[in-house]
Design a protein around this ligand. Structure first.
Ligand code: SF4
Length: 251
């Protein structure tokens, strides 16, 4: 069976599971289903790379390993963020991780320590992973951009475009079956989508060989208050459980 057919079947399977979650029990043959199948076939043209940003990843030779890539990033001055960073945050975790977590950008603590998710949102992330029996030491954690934006602002489009080849290459080397996109920036960058997070979460998206789950960013959960925060945490818990159920088969 070719990779293309596997991909189409995974897409159909993922879509059918999502429909089932919505309570749909019968799928009539109609224009929506035809459009979906056409979409799957059309998507094959972008399947060779793991991410939607592979045009940037192509700048980096496939023979470049993770250590060499880290050195490239340490010397990177492609965007203005190199001027204010204390450390790059390359990411950390096993090189053969079956699950890669992709955040948005380093924050203050991450910039100081040069490690991903070490601030308060990192603590929450670790707790969330533990709650679904995923050990942080088993996953690779990185982010869309590798240097901290001043005042933790959202990275700009040009910064993301300048940096995305590094993420693309990391994903290509690790080649995980699962990716967890943390927050809107990671989700929209990986999936090349403009849709809001609420419409991207709660189901798998196929990206090359990987299935991508999208959840709310832990920092957003921390910033939220009261019943809204409880609702967001409930939703994140729900989404992580969907991921864990499939991920457990690969452990
Ligand atoms: S954010 Fe990325 S592109 Fe910009 S300087 Fe840092 S490593 Fe280079």
């Amino acid at each position: 069976m070719t990779k293309e057919i596997v991909h189409i079947m995974n897409n159909i399977s993922s879509w059918l599971r999502y429909q089932k979650q919505l309570g749909v029990e019968i799928i009539p043959k109609g224009p929506e289903l035809s459009a979906f199948l056409n979409h799957c076939v059309k998507d094959e043209t972008s399947l060779q790379g793991l991410t939607a940003t592979r045009e940037y990843g192509d700048e980096i030779p496939i023979t470049t390993g993770l250590d060499e890539l880290r050195k490239m990033i340490e010397n990177c001055n492609r965007c203005e963020l190199h001027k204010s960073r204390q450390n790059i945050v390359f990411g950390e975790g096993p090189e053969d991780a079956r699950l890669v977590l992709v955040g948005e950008a380093p924050g203050r603590e991450e910039d100081i320590q040069g490690r991903p998710f070490v601030g308060p949102s990192g603590e929450l992330l670790t707790d969330m992973l533990n709650a679904v029996n995923i050990s942080r030491k088993d996953v690779f954690i990185t982010s869309v951009i590798k240097c901290r934006p001043p005042h933790n602002r959202t990275p700009g489009h040009e910064e993301i475009a300048a940096c995305s080849s590094f993420l693309s290459h990391q994903l290509r080397l690790i080649d995980p079956p699962f990716i967890l996109a943390l927050g809107l920036v990671a989700a929209q960058t990986l999936l090349k989508e403009k849709a809001p997070l609420k419409s991207l979460r709660g189901r798998f998206h196929q990206l090359g060989n990987a299935r991508v789950m999208v959840i709310y960013h832990p920092a957003y959960l921390l910033r939220s208050k009261g019943s809204w925060q409880r609702e967001l945490k409930r939703v994140a818990w729900h989404d992580l459980q969907i991921l864990e159920k499939e991920y457990a088969k690969y452990r």
